[in-house]
Design a protein around this ligand. Structure first.
Ligand code: MG
Length: 220
């Protein structure tokens, strides 16, 4: 197995965005007269796009779902990176991959425009070949369409791409796209979920991922 490129999920993998996502949704819930969730609950709600996030946060059968989705987009879009932070060691990981000539990209279920804004605000120094968020005309992860679009932009065969993420959705995406599924243990879900859904490897910290990519690289 050779790894020539790395594709990263965004939320829970590169960026800890839970305070902004959960805080925004809780603000929407309060505005609708509904009780907020503890921030930790959002670890389970995040990962499959805005629609699923809002659905999971609302009480079952809530009628004005579309209104809540629109409100979430507005509130979250306004704060987006107010409290979000890049995980420790990510900057060094991305710089290390770049120094080794390994092209990197982002593939998220966050709406495309917001994905670009978060990357620009928090990871602007990293040179991603391609940044892809959720687009209305393309099925979201775990469908492999977006990941395969990214592989084409990278010019690397899917089998030589590591797809790195923090949820089962990312592992399922990697498997469906024929990429190497790599889980990260610092994100929103636990190691067991990642292993159960096909992770070939779960790394404890970004330095472990860099060492692995180096060992699996074309010159190794
Ligand atoms: Mg994620």
């Amino acid at each position: 197995m050779t790894i020539r490129a790395v594709v990263f999920d965004l939320d829970g993998t590169l960026v800890d965005s839970l305070p902004d996502i959960g805080g925004s949704m809780n603000q929407v819930l309060r505005s609708l007269g509904l009780p907020p969730h503890p921030l930790s609950a959002y670890r389970e709600f995040v990962g499959e796009g805005v629609l699923r996030l809002v659905e999971r946060a609302l009480p079952p059968g809530f009628a004005a779902r579309e209104q809540a989705v629109a409100a979430f987009r507005e509130v979250y879009g306004a704060r987006l990176t107010a409290e979000s932070r890049v995980y420790p060691g990510i900057a060094e990981l991305l710089a290390g991959l770049e120094a080794r000539g390994v092209p990197c990209a982002v593939c998220s279920n966050k709406p495309h425009g917001m994905t670009e804004r978060v990357v620009r605000a928090l990871l602007g120094e990293a040179s991603f070949v391609c940044v892809e968020g959720e687009r209305p005309e393309r099925p979201r992860k775990p469908d492999p369409a977006a990941a395969l679009d990214v592989a084409r932009a990278l010019g690397v065969a899917p089998s030589e791409v590591a797809f790195v993420g923090d949820t089962k959705t990312d592992m399922q995406t990697a498997v469906a796209a024929g990429m190497q599924p790599v889980g990260v243990a610092w994100g929103f879900r636990d190691r067991a979920e990642l292993e159960e859904h096909g992770a070939a490897l779960v790394v404890e910290d970004p330095a472990e991922l860099l060492a692995w990519a180096q060992a699996a690289g074309p010159g190794a």
